[in-house]
Design a binder for this molecule. Structure first.
Ligand SMILES: Cc1cc2nc3c(=O)[nH]c(=O)nc-3n(C[C@H](O)[C@H](O)[C@H](O)COP(=O)(O)OP(=O)(O)OC[C@H]3O[C@@H](n4cnc5c(N)ncnc54)[C@H](O)[C@@H]3O)c2cc1C
Ligand code: FES
Length: 367
């Protein structure tokens, strides 16, 4: 509206050199016309390495469906870093993420976040969500892969009497199992939920039993023995799996090979990292980040996103696995290799997904 634009111009003149938004933000940190934000309302230590961060999002946030994820930005040493996190809270509740400290950003989030901190946000997305029509479900998770599934369980189990969910969760030990006590309480309270923990340090034995001290062993998904012992009717259930890459690859092969006729279609998978084709990296090259006036020589298997960040370029990013397209940067010259397929491509002006493409010879990027 012209009146609003005129008012903003007057406010800008009065507040220069800062924009009016900067003053509004001093009063309300969630108010920003440029970037969606959230304010941290609660921080809960879940395990030695994992922390749940609940936040109240500002205007522009869309309520999440159980199982979805969002891009979360956080300022570390003055640089805004973006990563993706599944929303662990039940749908219909204020959002929360549960972060396991494994690297640069996750460690800062899990260890340093305080109530009142401001997070930068993008709206929730993803199609790892509950089926539209109620069905018996099998949730197969390991480590931090429980997070999106926890949102599904919190959403479904207390609200639907007809819920029929079996959760098989693999963790190293009861102390390292996310949401351990809450899950056991939910299973006690609601007959629609069965929880089976697999503790790898105890070879899968149940905590508190004599067998608990047996040899360490991972849940074996190369055949159906372990699965059948914990969930005999697994073939009749819609299955959801989330966890480390090898765990998901094994699950995917098992459903393909030993599932019912629907096979693979019965299993929905959420990955936290891209599936790269082994051995795709070929010849690398010198990458020039033109606007940043930086140059670095990299091997052919290093994503351009990592190459830029390593030499101090502020690179846009999100999922870091080729799904959100937040990392697109125009190519000025050169060829790049898609690390998922091995395909070499690159035309001047082409938008390059820097998280899944590497240099194939000298590359110039418009950043
Ligand atoms: C859709 C989606 C949902 C996600 N949800 C969650 C979540 O709920 N909780 C959570 O803690 N993380 C989640 N992640 C992973 C998260 O986005 C970051 O990748 C993770 O926190 C590591 O970031 P970092 O900066 O700490 O590590 P970096 O310093 O960037 O890298 C550490 C290394 O660990 C690898 N890595 C990434 N994720 C994992 C993992 N889960 N296990 C082992 N290695 C990994 C990376 O590929 C990289 O090589 C999710 C990722 C995606 C794409
Ligand atoms: S960061 Fe999401 S596609 Fe590259």
């Amino acid at each position: 509206m012209p009146q609003i634009r005129a008012l903003r111009r007057v406010a800008s003149l009065l507040t220069t050199p800062l924009a009016p938004e900067d003053f509004i933000r001093l009063v309300n940190p969630l108010a920003s016309t440029r970037q969606l934000r959230g304010i941290v309302t609660k921080v809960t230590r879940e395990t030695a390495d994992s922390t749940t961060i609940a936040f109240r999002p500002g205007k522009g946030w869309n309520a999440h469906a159980a199982g979805q994820w969002a891009r979360i930005g956080v300022e570390i040493n003055g640089v805004r870093q973006w990563r993706s996190y599944s929303l662990s809270a039940a749908a219909g509740h204020d959002p929360a993420i549960t972060v396991t400290a494994i690297g640069f950003v996750s460690t800062a989030l899990a260890r340093d976040t305080k109530v009142g901190d401001v997070l930068f946000l993008d709206t929730p997305q993803g199609d790892f969500v509950l089926p539209v029509h109620p069905r018996p479900l099998l949730m197969l998770t390991a480590g931090s892969g429980l997070t999106p599934v926890m949102s599904m369980i919190r959403t479904l189990v207390p609200r639907r009497q007809d819920a029929d969910v079996v959760l098989i969760h693999s963790a190293r030990s009861p102390e390292e199992a996310l949401f351990h006590d809450e899950l056991l309480e939910l299973a006690d309270q609601f007959p629609g939920l069965t929880v089976r923990h697999w503790y790898t340090r105890a070879g899968g034995a149940k905590a508190g039993t004599d067998a608990f001290n047996r040899e360490p062993r991972r849940l074996n998904l190369t055949d159906t023995t372990d699965l059948e012992s914990m969930c005999p009717d697994w073939r009749d259930r819609a299955a959801y799996a989330c966890g480390p890459a090898e765990f998901l690859d094994a699950a995917s092969e098992l459903w393909e090979r030993d599932g019912d006729d629907a096979g693979h279609a019965n299993l929905t998978i959420e990955r936290f990292a891209a599936v790269l084709l082994p051995g795709t990296g070929g010849e690398g090259g010198i990458v020039t980040f033109e606007k940043s006036d930086k140059e670095v020589e990299v091997d052919g298997d290093v994503p351009l996103l990592d190459a830029g960040e390593d030499c101090g370029v502020v690179m846009p990013s999100g999922c870091r696995m080729g799904i959100c397209r937040s990392c697109l940067i125009p190519l000025v010259a050169g060829k790049v290799r898609d690390l998922r397929t091995g395909e070499v491509h690159g035309e001047e002006g082409e938008l390059i997904q820097t998280c899944v493409n590497a240099a194939a010879g000298p590359v110039h990027l418009d950043i």
